[in-house]
Design a protein around this ligand. Structure first.
Ligand code: NAP
Length: 464
């Protein structure tokens, strides 16, 4: 029988990298072609290599490369470049490897330390690469400085090109091109079963996300989609235990109903009063909640640290509750704005020292926006297919300069709220980070393995 070999799929990340590298190459290659000895100086040292490397690092390293992460890398280039160039002042002493090697090590450590000091961990790589590029070379004399300056210019231009290409091209492929092929899981007699339950549940992205991760990690599990009617969690749990499921995720409306059915609850499930992850071990059900922690990790990925800050959360539904309680636990002051005030009050009663309920009128929204350092939308307004939308966005005018705006919604990738906030110059973050981080945490509980979330984000960026 004729066997067809599927072609590797090309995702947007690959396309962005290829475009950025080509632009960098075209920009710098004339320097190499035109270079003559008499041209000398920095221009004579210029070439496309480091710009292309910078493009690859910038476009390949993170899920939906953000402006902030690009800025971090630029800072890394400046820190590493400055330290590396300053070291050249040691002159001929650097020709001695017993001097050069410890100096290079010390410079890299100093660069990393400086980047961490200014809370830019993503800058660390560049802060180490640049001194290595500058110091590990046979170039001597004054040309060393030209060489260092040329490498810095190339790297900075390469990063700027990568950021530009990233902003100009869409993050996601059209729906029709996305990968059902990622759901083609290999099954064996030993394959263990996982699933997501909900009512309805057919729209859930969890099977695509989890099966993609399981495949990438080479774990012998399959993740299914299981409709369970409201009020039938007890029956489902017995069934799952009998059928040998390793665990399952729960979405609306089951998260609260599962709480009393668990043999053991983790701290977050108890705090939030909801279970989104159940592990079945030796016939016992262990309930976890990964939503709140997933949200905090998604913020950290974007360089947002809520401790000591004031956060306005719009909404008081299930997602908002997890977000508010974890923000409060992390040391933030949270203003909970909800249309139904009772629901905001009920959340705030858990931790009145950190949580304050307000209504959802235009003035209340404007006041909350003006008082906060971070605004989070936890309502369904703006969600694909929900039909609901904010009446107006004038409350965004009250936001402090530099206050990020986060939307828990991930479809569409850019809600009208995020678009309006971006127009006003604010950093914006959609709900994809939460979706991925909570899924990674769940999979860690299911499989009892430690998973590299950054690596999984790269894999998932190709299918979501
Ligand atoms: P939920 O429990 O149904 O809560 C919906 C919230 O939206 C409530 O606070 C509700 O206010 C508010 N709301 C709805 N229509 C409104 C309107 N017209 N005006 C003002 N407020 C309105 O839903 P949920 O589970 O918390 O989910 C909320 C959003 O988060 C959804 O869009 C969902 O897609 C998203 N989410 C994302 C992730 C992720 O992984 N990224 C995870 C979970 C949820 P009332 O209380 O007054 O009704």
């Amino acid at each position: 029988m004729k066997k067809t070999v599927p072609l590797p799929r090309i995702g947007m990340r690959v396309i962005k990298t290829a475009v950025a590298v080509m632009v960098s190459y075209l920009l710098f290659v004339p320097f190499g072609l035109l270079y003559r000895e008499e041209l000398g100086g920095i221009l004579g040292q210029m070439g496309p290599l480091y710009a292309c490397i910078a493009c690859i690092i910038c476009t390949q390293s993170t899920l939906g490369q953000t402006f902030q992460q690009g800025i971090s890398r630029l800072i890394g280039v400046i820190v590493g470049g400055a330290l590396g160039t300053a070291t050249l002042l040691l002159g001929p002493a650097l020709d001695n490897p017993w001097v050069k090697i410890p100096v290079l090590g010390a410079v890299c450590v100093a660069g990393v330390w400086l980047c961490l000091l200014i809370k830019r961990p993503t800058a660390c790589g560049m802060a180490c690469i640049l001194p290595c590029v500058i110091l590990i070379t046979g170039v001597t004399g004054v040309t060393r400085y030209y060489y260092a300056a040329a490498r810095m210019i190339e790297t900075v231009v390469g990063l700027l090109i990568a950021l530009g290409v990233n902003a100009a091209l869409p993050d996601y492929r059209p729906e029709t091109e996305r990968g059902e092929s990622d759901m083609n899981v290999e099954l064996h007699n030993t394959t263990r079963k996982l699933c997501v339950i909900g009512d309805p549940v057919g729209h859930s992205k969890s099977p695509l996300i989890q099966n993609t991760m399981l495949k990438a990690l080479g774990l012998d599990y399959v993740y299914l989609c299981q409709p369970v009617p409201r009020g039938k969690c007890k029956e489902w749990l017995d069934c799952a235990k009998f059928a040998g499921y390793a665990g399952f995720n729960a979405t609306m409306p089951h998260k609260e109903e599962l709480v009393p059915l668990m043999d053991q609850l983790d701290q977050d499930a108890r705090l939030i009063g909801a279970v989104n992850t159940v592990c079945i071990r030796e016939g016992k059900a262990y309930g976890y909640n990964t939503d709140g922690e997933g949200f905090l990790r998604a913020l950290a990925d974007e360089g947002i640290h809520p401790a000591g800050k004031t956060v306005a959360v719009l909404g008081a539904g299930g997602a908002s509750k997890a977000v508010c309680l974890k923000l409060a636990q992390a040391g933030a002051q949270v203003i909970v704005c909800n249309r139904t005030l009772d629901k905001a009050q009920a959340i705030c009663a858990h931790d009145p020292a950190h949580l304050r309920p307000v209504g959802f009128g235009p003035e209340e929204l404007a006041q909350a926006a003006g008082a906060c350092d971070l605004l989070v939308n936890g309502t369904s307004l703006g969600m694909e297919g929900s039909g609901g939308q904010f009446a107006d966005f004038s409350f965004l005018d009250s936001l402090k300069e530099g206050a990020p705006v986060v939307d828990l919604i991930y479809a569409p990738a850019q809600t009208e709220l995020l678009r309006q906030a971006k127009l006003r110059g604010h950093q914006t973050v959609n709900g994809l980070g939460l979706l991925v981080n909570q899924a990674v945490l769940s999979l860690e509980y299911f499989t009892d393995t430690s998973i590299d979330a950054a690596e999984m984000k790269k894999v998932l960026a190709e299918v979501l």
